[in-house]
Structure formats: structure tokens, C-alpha cells
Design a protein around this ligand. Structure first.
Ligand SMILES: [Zn+2]
Length: 148
């Protein structure tokens, strides 16, 4: 017989990552939040931020949530999530750019029309697009660098 239960997890309000330290899902909200806090997540006005999504001031020990991703970065992330088959998506950020990456399922590069779509969507924010084998895994990943 099949039964269904409700489980609780904590998802980063900024990047969408789920807190998977120890367990990703808990049977009550409090345990899910406690676990995220023990994993150095930050809570602010009912929102939760993973360790990549806030700045930490060493002197004051204060945590400040980073500003939301710009619209064009959100669009690129959405495109990767919905249109490109692959298990993993990641966003890293530098002072002047973001790199959004996505694992590719059973292929080594994007189709030309997909590359063109990305370039057109990003316009003058587009910096570079590269598909290459992951350093450690056998899969290929696509990396798109965009200006802030
Ligand atoms: Zn995050």
C-alpha cells in the first residue's frame, strides 16, 4: 500500500539550492530550519539564504544577504533548468560577472540554435560560452559567463 507524507526542507530564497546537510527533508518545519541554521545558513525576515548567498563581515560577524540575481541571470538559470536536460545547475559570481553552468546529458555541447538563443537573450551582457568536460566527472558541462 502506498501512503503519502508531508516533508519539510529549506530552500535558499536567492539561488534555489536545498539545504542537504545531513538530510534534505524533515518531518517537521522546526527540524528543517534548525538543521539549516546548524549548517551556517542565514535567516532574515522569514527568508533563508545558503552560505553562497550572504556576505559575512569578519569584524562585526554580521551576515548580509546578497542582492537578488539580476533579471538576465535569472532568465539564463530558468532556460538551463527548463530547456537543457542535465542534472546539475550552478551559479558562481565574481566582482563583475556571473558564471552559470549546467551539466549536459549524453552530449558534449549545445546545439547551435540553443547557443544563439542564449546569446540573443543575454544581449550585451553575454561574455562567453564554453562546453567542456567536468574536472572530476565524465559528463560535459556548459559554462556561460555574463556581465553583472
Ligand atoms: Zn543560495
Amino acid at each position: 500500500m502506498i501512503i503519502s507524507e508531508i516533508f519539510y526542507g529549506v530552500k535558499c530564497n536567492r539561488c534555489g539550492e536545498t539545504c542537504e546537510e545531513e538530510y534534505a527533508f524533515w518531518s517537521d518545519e522546526g527540524s528543517a530550519i534548525d538543521n539549516a541554521m546548524e549548517s551556517e545558513w542565514m535567516e532574515d525576515k522569514g527568508k533563508h539564504y545558503c552560505t553562497n548567498c550572504y556576505d559575512f563581515d569578519e569584524e562585526t560577524e554580521e551576515r548580509t544577504a546578497k542582492p537578488d540575481f539580476p533579471e538576465h541571470v535569472k532568465n539564463l538559470r530558468k532556460f538551463f533548468e527548463k530547456m537543457i536536460i542535465g542534472s546539475e545547475r550552478n551559479t558562481t559570481e565574481g566582482d563583475n560577472h556571473f558564471t552559470v553552468s549546467k551539466s549536459l546529458y549524453k552530449r558534449q555541447k549545445l546545439e547551435t540554435f540553443e547557443e544563439n538563443y542564449i546569446k540573443e537573450m543575454l544581449g550585451d551582457k553575454f561574455i562567453s560560452l564554453e562546453c567542456k568536460k567536468h574536472e572530476r566527472y565524465t559528463q560535459f558541462y556548459c559554462y556561460v559567463m555574463v556581465a553583472r
